[in-house]
Design a protein around this ligand. Sequence first.
Ligand code: SAM
Length: 361
Amino acid sequence: MQDAALQCLFHPFRAGFIEMPAPEATCLFLNAAVDPALDLLPRGTLCQQHFRSGYDALTRAGYQAVPVLEEEDDRADRDIVLLRAPKQLQELKGLIARGLVRLRPGGLFVVSAANDAGGSRLGELLAEAGLDVSSDSKHKARVCRARTGPALQMARLDAWRQESAMQPVMEGAYRSMPGLFSWDRIDPGSALLADHLPEGLKGDGADFGCGYGFLSRAVLERRGADVRSLACVDADARALAAARENLIGASAETTFHWADLETGSPVRGLDFVVMNPPFHLGKDRNTALGEGCIRAAASALKPFGHLYMVSNRRLPYEALLSRVFSRVETLFEGNGYKLHKAAHPNGDTKKHCVPRALGTQ
Ligand SMILES: C[S@@+](CC[C@H](N)C(=O)[O-])C[C@H]1O[C@@H](n2cnc3c(N)ncnc32)[C@H](O)[C@@H]1O
């Protein structure tokens, strides 16, 4: 699928509204993604991408990439900052603020967002930040550009940075940040799975797609007396940072893995996996992501290992579960969710086509 914001981001350069950056210009690209137009940027451009698959694609294509920006490294010395806007508003404000403070006076800020992901609010936000903005629409997205100057609203930018940073949530029970899944509340599906975890969890386990660590903590606090180790796996580096903080003082050895489960599991030999897998709902309902995680779980478990998984009732994972595990049961169905328990992975974790009627609809 084409990324509308990414296509639109480079429009002002291509259309000649702004000059191509000189090869020696210093450039930062926030929430970066690979695109042929990246070749327009100086080779030394620093790309930030917290999602593992996107980060890997950037480094494979030869770009210098980091998962997160270090707060200490916010020198105002960049000539250009580009931002591919995320959907979540507080996260977007935080990235605008982090980008603007890194620009030298008079430096160029370019930000784009798809029309259905907040494109219409971009100009307003940049004006609030104290910028004099020019904007264009292209590829079902909006791109805004502006040069920094003395009117920059530093107090507002500081507030945006703080609002988007790691912070206590749910009356201090957890630490989390905007942009993470269900960042300031407990997901009802995960809560249901936590309530149905069996008494006898033991040995070495993992939380696949751990987010800020709700399920990991539920495993260790509610059922963890015999759990020796727990591996927390997520594709989002920020989620792992939060999970790490939320598991300080855990009763078992914890490890943290920044990994794309669609390409396989970073851990093996597990006794159990708990999982609320990632999914895309809406018009393009797509179970491929969750299916990748199920395959990864099957390949990570010992022959007598168990997967405990929650899914949206409308997502048809049963066919794949029955193919890659010898025993599958539904532990609970209700409130819009299904809880699956799958045992005895049978080694059939290869990707092959699921008949449409059984797989995705
Ligand atoms: C539905 S959320 C569940 C989060 C957490 N377990 C909870 O209950 O709050 C799914 C998680 O999977 C992560 N994720 C998405 N795609 C992934 C992938 N390809 N590999 C690993 N993790 C992924 C997301 O970052 C997100 O944290």
